[in-house]
Ligand binder design. Structure first.
Ligand code: HMG
Ligand code: MG
Length: 299
């Protein structure tokens, strides 16, 4: 068993976090969220998504948000892109880095993007062509890797095949999503075992949602296997409106507290993260829900 000295956190609250919120936030609040996150030591912050505003009304102001933050130095701000139209908007906005997404489950693909799994890979091929022409780096997400709200468990070999395809298309990193947070540690390990047969572990990230309170245990489990990049969201915000039962991502503050305690550095200031968690929760009309934020704010 070996643990690393450092781990990378990809902050997804401005995109995955906000997309599931029904209370529409002002653009200024989203910009302020990203600006505050940018002071915490985070190096990658997924800023927004260029998806259809009919499908995700909360992120209809993607261009305005991106325009306001794109010149913050030394931070990678990927934006989520579903198709060529979204890629066109991302390029126009000046994005240097994007994320594409598909799923291990065909039904989830249909519900989330109105196309089959095969069609989603064809869309990604077209996005990749544009990305290569414009020297844009691309991260790939695979959803429902530990369970689908419509199809249940999907064979890990299916996720592994898709990961290989995305990697061969040119995605520099593949983020394995437990979209509805049903995973548990031994299954999370089996998923990684399957995927590392197809792509190097150094190109795998893990994206756990905390619906059943398993996310930290899953992170610990796959850390043991060598995964070194974890997606997280301040205040545990997040979920996908097209994944029935999906709730928040693992809270960034919970992950950093655990890693700090294990002597694993992220370069991120926990107190600052908790302050951002409090800011965005209050903007949404509530208190932070993560245990770490609640405990630190009470002291
Ligand atoms: P569609 O309705 O099939 O699209 O949606 P269409 O191509 O038929 O076009 C319909 C209308 O949408 C047209 O406008 C297009 O111009 C417009 P109209 O003529 O009706 O006025 N349109 C767009 N507008 C803005 N941006 C675009 C765009 N494309 C078309 N990019 C589509 C297909 C893919 C667009 C839609 O299904 C969509 O936007 N889906 C995204 C849903 C989403 O964002 N889900 C959450 C992200 S994934 C996730 O959360 C999981 C993840 O976190 C990992 C995990 O947890 O597992 C990544
Ligand atoms: Mg997600």
């Amino acid at each position: 068993m070996s643990f690393p000295d450092t781990v990378q956190i990809v902050e997804v609250s401005p995109r995955d976090g906000l997309q599931n919120e029904t209370k529409l936030l002002a653009t200024d609040i989203k910009v302020e969220l990203i600006k505050q996150l940018a002071t915490t030591g985070l190096k990658t912050i997924e800023a927004t998504s260029f998806v259809s505003q009919k499908w995700i009304p909360q992120l209809a102001d993607a261009s305005e948000v991106f325009d306001a933050i794109k010149n913050i130095p030394n931070i990678n701000f990927p934006v989520l892109v579903p198709n060529e139209a979204g890629m066109g908007q991302a390029l126009h906005a000046g994005a240097k880095s994007i994320a594409v997404f598909t799923a291990a489950s065909n039904t989830f693909c249909q519900k989330n993007t109105n196309c089959t799994l095969d069609e989603s890979l064809k869309r990604i091929t077209k996005i990749m062509d544009l990305a290569k022409k414009n020297k844009i780096t691309v991260r790939g997400y695979i959803s429902c890797t530990l369970g689908c709200p419509y199809e249940g468990e999907i064979p890990f070999t299916k996720t592994a095949e898709i990961a290989k395809e995305l990697f061969e298309m040119g995605c520099y990193q593949i983020s394995l999503g437990d979209t509805i947070g049903v995973g548990t540690p031994f299954r999370a390990k089996k998923l990684i075992d399957a995927v590392v047969k197809q792509i190097p572990i150094t190109h795998i990230a893990a994206h756990f949602h905390d619906t059943y309170g398993q996310a930290l245990a899953n992170i610990y489990a796959v850390l043991e296997q060598g995964v070194r990049v974890f997606d997280a969201s301040v205040s545990g915000l997040g979920g996908c409106p097209y994944a029935k039962g999906a709730s928040g991502n693992v809270a960034t503050e919970d992950v950093i507290y655990m890693l700090n305690g294990m002597g694993i550095s992220t370069g991120i200031d926990l107190e600052k993260i908790v302050a951002v968690s409090n800011f965005i929760a209050n903007a949404l009309g509530r208190s932070p829900t993560s245990k770490v934020a609640l405990a630190m704010l009470a002291n």
